[in-house]
Design a protein around this ligand. Structure first.
Ligand code: ADP
Length: 455
């Protein structure tokens, strides 16, 4: 909700965390006349976005390498996703009566254009980028921000009166919202994740529902009707409800997106066919769902079906998520380095009907083989197992699927190339975290792409 900047003037704010969002919000607050202390417990060397000169130019006070007691000398604390609600610092702040808000909440005070806020356990980045691309392709001035890339507070200075903000918003950010009111919100799905941070699945889900807390009747909430948790709650959401489902329409809602045979359809007063599922460039049922959520969001802004269809046929997806790398001698190579667990591995396998040569493995972790066993047996021709978990993978599959272990990542990729036949898919979908051999999943995906491009 827009806040009068007068209400910010001379108010004391402590911003915890000097990452992109912390620095961005410090600048906005300071420009509006607030008294800002930016505090980070990390040392300067590890703070990638910190530029002391910029902070000094803005007149933002800061302290690094630890939080002093000065942080409690504030009316508001802007907290950061790295700090759990139960942490000492927030518990103490709360006891002192300090208001605790997230950067998304505070940045929204400065935003007077429509916000599309996208949340959920999986698919946020893809759906956010896709929604932004649909609007951009249709001629809107759109600003995509949130969890990845630009922070919400960083795009505020660039907004024009006719801009639209598409915001990826995590449960961490939503937990500490108060007046945040998107014109369109979408909850893609809710499965157990980040339970440690929130305390329980119930609290995690409640944080996500906050995206809808301040929405009014003429706002729209888009929910996944195939997600049982969301479906059961549908009657108590605020705002107009729009549902999407890969099944038939329920006819209970004003706006519905669904599939009819292979067509993706949208129903408001009339029923419209938007696109055939097979024409969507992104692979997999999960991406049909992400596409449906994006369709509903942009329809609110009058984007035409033709334009939506064009974007869906051309949108290549987000890096490291079943990303097409190249085709070589009739074999297609895909980088799905973001698949750090078996749920993600499952949706990747589900996206290819057969002929998969799977490169998997990573840092030792939970081996949820039962999630993927049926798909691996049905669709995978060969497994190249890498990383710390390679032995467990090999042991589990050795009697059912051809599997070979590799010490070197490049040897695994080369072996995949040597055995692949035209029409096969080489899929790198690790199913484990990357920290055994790489800095993070982005680094792992870059290395994979480099090896593939040099084959
Ligand atoms: P997030 O930003 O929520 O992590 P991404 O768009 O980055 O989501 O996708 C992360 C991974 O989640 C993908 O690699 C894919 O395995 C899985 N995924 C994406 N969309 C969905 C969905 N709608 N349902 C289930 N899993 C999904």
């Amino acid at each position: 909700m827009m806040m009068e900047t007068d209400k910010i003037k001379n108010i004391k704010f402590t911003v915890l965390g000097a990452g992109r969002s912390g620095i961005g919000i410090s600048k906005l607050l300071k420009k509006s006349g607030a008294l800002v202390l930016l505090s980070d417990s990390s040392k300067k060397e590890v703070l990638l976005y910190l530029n002391e000169q910029v902070l000094m130019d803005f007149g933002i006070e800061y302290e690094l390498g630890g939080n002093s007691d000065r942080i409690f000398n504030a009316e508001y604390i802007i907290t950061s996703p790295g700090i759990a609600p139960g942490s000492d610092v927030l518990v103490k702040a709360k006891a002192k009566g300090i208001k605790i808000v997230s950067e998304v909440e505070a940045a929204s005070w400065f935003c007077n254009v429509p916000i599309i806020a996208i949340t959920g356990t999986n698919g946020k980045t893809t759906t956010t980028e896709l929604t932004g691309t649909m609007l951009r392709d249709s001629g809107f001035d759109v600003h995509v921000c949130g969890n990845v890339g630009l922070a919400f507070s960083e795009i505020i200075p660039d907004l024009k009166s006719d801009s639209i903000v598409v915001l990826e918003v995590s449960s961490f950010q939503l937990e500490f919202t108060d007046t945040f009111r998107p014109m369109v919100s979408a909850i893609l799905n809710i499965t157990s994740d980040h339970i440690d941070w929130h305390g329980s699945l119930g609290l995690y889900a409640e944080a996500k529902y906050k995206v809808n807390k301040n929405q009014k009747d003429d706002d729209l909430i888009i929910i996944n009707y195939d997600d049982i948790t969301l479906k059961n709650r549908v009657s108590i959401f605020n705002a107009t409800v729009g549902t999407f489902s890969v099944n038939s329409p329920s006819d209970d809602f004003k706006y519905e997106t669904y599939t009819d045979n292979d067509s993706v359809c949208y129903k408001h007063d009339t029923e419209e066919v938007i696109i055939n599922k097979e024409e969507i460039f992104l692979r997999g049922t999960h991406n049909v769902m992400n596409s449906m959520a994006a369709i509903m969001a942009v329809k609110k802004f009058g984007v035409s079906n033709d334009s939506i269809k064009k974007t869906l046929m051309n949108f290549k997806g987000v890096e490291h998520r079943i990303e097409t790398v190249r085709e070589l001698e009739g074999v297609k190579y895909y980088n799905d380095s973001k698949a750090t667990n078996y749920d993600s591995l499952y949706v990747a396998l589900e996206s290819f009907k057969c002929n998969i040569i799977l490169i998997m493995g990573g840092k030792k972790g939970v081996n949820n083989f039962e999630i993927v066993d049926p798909l691996i047996k049905e669709r995978v021709k060969f497994i190249c197992a890498i990383g710390q978990s390679r032995e467990a993978i090999s042991e589990h599959y050795k009697d059912t699927v051809m599997v070979k272990m590799f010490d070197e990542f490049s040897d695994a990729v080369k072996h995949a190339k040597n055995i692949a036949k035209p029409g096969d898919f080489v899929l790198f979908s690790p199913g484990y975290k990357s920290f055994d051999m790489f800095q993070n999943f982005e680094h792992r995906g870059e290395v994979f792409k480099q090896i593939v491009n040099e084959l």
